[in-house]
Design a protein around this ligand. Sequence first.
Ligand code: 6PG
Length: 486
Amino acid sequence: MGADIGVTGLAVMGANLARNFARNGYTVALHNRSVARTDSLVNTYGHEGQFVRTESLAELVEALDRPRRVLIMVKAGAPVDAVIEDLVPLLDEGDIIIDAGNSFYEETRRREEALRQKGLHFVGVGVSGGEEGALWGPSIMPGGSRESYQTLGPMLESIAADYHGEPCCAWVGTDGAGHYVKMVHNGIEYADMQVIGEAYDLMRSLAGLEPQEQAGVFREWNSTALASYLIEITSEVLDQEDELTGRPLVDVIVDAAGQKGTGRWTAISGLEVGSPVTTIAESVFARSISSQRSVREVTSQVFEAGINEAVTAEELYASGDARQDFVEDIRKALYASKLVSYAQGFDMLSAAGQEFGWDLNMRTIASLWRAGCIIRADLLDTIMRAYDAPAADQPRNLLLAPEFTEALAECLPSWRRVVAAAATYGVPAPVFSSALAYYDSLRAERLPAALTQGLRDYFGAHTYQRIDKPGTFHIRWSEDRTEAEV
Ligand code: 6PG
């Protein structure tokens, strides 16, 4: 009997997935470029299950039962291609290569196509949940052929997070669909973190709530509709004191947010498939602005003068009932903005499904995100219910699900007050504001796009359509300004 699966690339994510497979009863063949890492895994965790130590990819492949399943966990990009190139000559028709890293979906599509020509399955798998998730149960979003899921699926389901008895793992669609869904997960993750940041900033700047007090507020919020992993860990981070200075940790961390690229890919793909993921794009831009520290050092001095309001924010928000009301307004603004970013994420998924020929099931995708992943939240269960109906009866936009339409209406006055306060007192709240603008765009009966069309027709004869009859029209702007049907 050979091993059930091989794992190559044993940095922490690969090692933890390998240990998770072994703990669930699978025999796992291990390979890493430097053998020392393989040895260290076997020495430290060998007692957790059945591991087969190998020193080369050839040995790894040799150790496997057929169809062979080799999981690659190396840095996204060229390293994935390099491992595939070495693996291909060692494999036979029907074998499965699994890329569990954060690969760009277009690369997954390209690799899947190339390997399919060679009779191999290539499965791009989105894995979320960080190091702990990989070890104890991540959310898993596999793509690739349906056929490959027959043998691979049960294994992945057994190591995935469990949500009340249901595994957070299901085949989402062909070729790059798994990595695409994971990418959108990360885009939403960016927006989730940004709205939390905006809430924190407003509470601190306008209501004077210090980080430790806010830790309590976020803890309370975690038992409302906002309940989620990210809200929970926000209270942990805000509670943390810096050992060196005794100040809140958040005050000694440099305010420049890093990014590895998945949020940016999501925003770019949103533009490409024509889906307005404004909250996700704003969240990526917010990180970019934060990282322009040398410019901000200058601008924060030059623009310091700021506004000169007759009534200061402190007088309005910083004490007693007013403060409490303001905090509640912020909670609602946060919830409404979060709803918008999820609606945008799902809208983008349906646009991408059409673009790439994936039959994405929104209900299934929501179900995969209920446990194990970074954006896990009670809200996902509600989203799943919104997609309970047969496809034809599902809401065209998630915000049209009655539960969410009502929630938004309930939050709206607070949301507007918060965005107005942010603008009045000069606290940046790009996602609170853009989410509100998206909502207002959706509810507007007429948008100024009609004027845009008129201008386009004027300078470029780009034509327009009329509201009262079919056809395509153009005004002879430089002649007698009469209308022509074109
Ligand atoms: C997850 C995370 C994981 C990682 C992100 C962070 O789902 O487990 O999303 O994939 O933490 O890549 O991305 P940034 O470094 O871009 O914030």
